[in-house]
Ligand binder design. Structure first.
Ligand SMILES: *Cc1c(COP(=O)(O)O)cnc(C)c1O
Length: 337
């Protein structure tokens, strides 16, 4: 068994036993190969180095109450990877083959899945990129798909702490009809400066507005925006420049299951004054409550010291399904080992 202090795990990179790799050449994907190496040999002229033809994904597998390890909605990651691939002219990867690959690499790294009860999980990080050496701007002919995994710890040790957010008015996260709705590597390089600006202002996250008019709320740097309004409804942004979060999609279903009304619509920035609870949602943390949002001289303060009551219920139900404590009525989880 590997020796890991599960309680001290963070979100830092950690090599594990293996990652699985697929190579695309001559119009087809190879069979997967497990390797213990984290190195690749790549020409400095490779497409990805200059033109950033690359997309990634993020998912998780959990050690459940019954001891089994299950991945959460890996098919959704596979489908979203293909929507990124289509937009970036990369070859699609069959979703069934993707789910099998996730099962294989998770099972091979079973000893790295944090034990049930520690709040940890196995993070799954697929990345696809163009490897053909070329200087002309054109899609690559060859590609690599690597799926890595690594154990990550509970984000919240001793209570779910709210974070502050800064409305980004320096740069937008994406162009209006650009690549904001795919997990393209380049989006993240371009968002680093706004995130740094947020950090420099003691805010954990940047909140981006719609790039066309800066009137509506898009999403946080790496997570979707959601809020609970005065009537207890679940409100989340509808926009063509946000990433379709699998966590948000799942939370909307869970919210409906719990009897909440779900509103997916354009959300004006000024509405921040009317919400009772605001949060960021994504795979890494599920739900991060937002305590305050700064926008120039304006401060929206939700007077939180802990996660709010409605979001708490959603959080508990989601993590309950992921850890096999609550019945998985939607068949979201996939047994790996
Ligand atoms: C990955 C990501 C999210 C969250 O998506 P999940 O599928 O819930 O993890 C939200 N916004 C951006 C920009 C992302 O990259």
């Amino acid at each position: 068994m590997v020796k890991i202090d599960w309680e001290k795990l963070t979100f830092a990179f950690m090599p594990t036993k293996s990652n699985i790799r697929f190579h695309y050449a001559d119009g087809k994907w190879s069979e997967g190969e497990l390797t213990s190496s984290y190195d690749i040999t790549l020409s400095v002229a490779a497409n990805v180095m200059h033109y950033g033809q690359a997309a990634f994904e993020g998912g998780k597998a959990f050690r459940c109450k019954d001891g089994k390890v299950r991945a959460f909605r890996p098919d959704e990651n596979g489908k979203r990877l293909n929507s990124s691939a289509r937009r970036l002219l990369m070859p699609e990867f069959p979703v069934e083959k993707f789910v099998e690959a996730v099962k294989t690499v998770v099972a091979d790294n079973a000893e790295y899945v944090p034990p049930y009860g520690t709040g940890g999980s196995l993070y799954i990080r697929p990345v696809m990129f163009g490897t053909t050496p070329q200087i002309g701007v054109a899609p690559s002919k060859e590609y690599e798909l690597v799926i890595m995994v690594m154990p990550v710890g509970a984000y919240y040790k001793g209570g779910i702490k709210p974070v502050d957010a800064l409305v980004a008015r320096d740069f937008d996260r994406a162009a209006p009809l650009g690549t904001g709705n795919i997990k393209a590597a380049g989006n993240y390089a371009a968002s680093l400066l706004s995130s740094k600006h947020a950090h420099d202002n003691n805010c954990a996250v940047a909140l981006f507005l719609d790039p066309a008019t800066r009137t509506y709320i898009d999403e946080f740097g790496t997570s979707n925006f959601l809020a609970i309004d005065k009537n207890g409804n679940y409100v989340t942004s509808e926009s063509q420049s946000i990433l379709p979060s699998i966590t948000n999609k799942s939370l909307m279903t869970v919210a409906a299951d719990l009897g909440l009304k779900v509103e997916r619509r354009k959300v004006r920035v000024e509405e921040l004054a009317d919400f009772t609870e605001v949060a960021a949602c994504g795979t890494a943390v599920v739900i991060t409550p937002v305590g305050r949002i700064f926008d120039g001289d304006k401060v929206y303060d939700y007077h939180l010291t802990e996660i709010g009551p409605v979001l708490r219920k959603l959080y508990d139900r989601m993590t309950g399904i992921q850890y096999g404590e609550v019945e998985d009525t939607h068949n979201w989880t996939v047994e790996c080992c």
